[in-house]
Ligand binder design. Structure first.
Ligand code: PMP
Length: 388
């Protein structure tokens, strides 16, 4: 491993050398002609990566949680009702943020590892009127993927604004923002977008912008207020500089490189590659006797996997995997966090990373006294990748 470990946690991920080089370039003025062009192109490319040709993009310094805060602070007014299609830890967080700004929040929960289906959503929307329905595309605590393409149009047809937390999905798991009626799609830089932590990326539909414009009360969060950010995004997109808060210059340069790499691969090809690598990883894990947390393949995310520790092993497996050269993450869902671990496979991840990780897991399992047939995980993944 040449003195460094392969980073296979669900964000931050391994970044490309071209992206990392941008972090070391001399920082320019945020209103230099070069930077203005770079920021303007980032906004345009965000629309392409999000498949949101008609949306208003925002790129703001902050983490994914700031993006959630930006949604809630701008779109919620006291007394609004919000429904969270909850698949784990980040659904809970979204609920907390929405209620912080005065929303009455209900959660539509399924069992751990599952997600509510369209009938359950329809029932919930019939039972009460909601202003906003939020869903996490891929919940990083459970590796459960929500069928946003089915659920978002149902919520939209019921007159709700639809919000998708794409932090662990965007640019890896298929998400068609405009086609799927997603009013706000938010993500962060450090996962499949492929840039070190520190940027929030969002797109707002015309309906979301209208809801903001129709507010009675000013936005309670000064830094998040769209009134402050919209003129900045519009200025950069029309290739002039503007200032509200200093942009994260080097991160934006890095984002420019990453978005170009993503678009050069092609969105459909990228979604398919993530599905393929995830399929290979899950085939390998299953062959070693590891059970996954998502209830079915249909709900299993293409960007990360969550696997139960097999009988006789526990959370000490993760440092043992690190000793074998690969960093993975422990559990996050409060109710079962001691029972499972998580492996990210998104962004620049490739076939060799998947095989290395399965090999490291097998060696670590063996060091914890769990045996499976030698090479079975790697073999199954290879068979999957070669179509056997
Ligand atoms: N939503 C999801 C689905 C996430 O995975 C994360 C980060 N793990 C967040 C929101 C919050 O993002 P951040 O840690 O960048 O604030």
């Amino acid at each position: 491993m040449k003195g460094r470990k392969l980073l296979m946690i669900p964000g931050p991920i391994e970044f490309t050398p071209e992206v990392l080089n941008e972090m070391a370039r001399p920082t320019t003025s945020h209103v230099s002609p070069d930077f203005i062009a770079c920021f303007g192109e980032c906004l345009e490319m965000t629309r392409e990566v999000f498949l949101a040709p008609s949306a208003q993009p925002f790129i703001v310094a902050g983490t994914g949680t700031f993006g959630m805060d930006m949604v809630a602070s701008n779109l919620i007014e006291p007394g609004d009702r919000a429904l969270v299609v909850n698949t784990g830890y980040f659904g809970d967080r979204m609920g907390d943020i929405l209620s912080r700004y005065g929303a009455e929040v209900d959660h539509l929960r399924a069992g751990i590892g599952e997600v509510a289906d369209e009938d359950e959503l329809r029932e919930a929307l019939k039972a009460k009127e909601y202003t906003l329905v939020s869903m996490t595309h891929v919940d990083t605590s459970t590796a459960v993927m929500t069928d946003v393409g089915t659920l978002a149009p149902i919520a939209k047809a019921a007159g709700c604004l639809t919000v998708v937390d794409g932090v662990c999905g965007t640019a890896g798991a298929e998400c068609r923002t405009d086609e799927w009626n997603i009013d706000v799609h938010l993500t962060a830089s450090q996962k499949a977008v492929g840039v070190p932590p520190g940027l929030s990326l969002l797109t707002f539909s015309e309906d979301a912008m209208d809801k903001f414009r129709e507010r009675d009360e000013p936005v309670a969060n000064y830094y998040a207020d769209i009134d402050n950010w919209l003129p900045i995004m519009e200025a950069y997109e029309s290739r002039s500089g503007a200032y509200f808060g200093t942009p994260a210059v080097n991160l934006i340069y890095a984002l420019h490189v990453s978005l170009k790499q993503i678009l050069a691969e092609g969105m459909d090809e990228r979604f398919a590659r993530h599905e393929r690598l995830a399929g290979a990883f899950r085939a390998g894990a299953a062959a070693m006797g590891l059970e996954m947390l998502p209830a079915s393949e249909k709900e299993a995310a293409p960007t990360l996997s969550a696997l139960y520790y097999p009988e006789g092993t526990d959370a000490s497996l993760c440092p043992a995997i690190a000793d074998e050269g690969v960093m993975v993450a422990t559990g996050l869902h409060a109710e079962i966090k001691e029972e499972y671990f998580r492996v990210g496979h998104m962004g620049d991840c490739n076939e060799s990373d998947i095989l290395s990780t399965l090999g490291a897991i097998e060696r670590a399992l063996s060091s914890r006294g769990y045996t499976c047939s030698a090479g079975s995980g790697v073999q199954a993944a290879q068979d999957f990748l070669t179509g056997k």
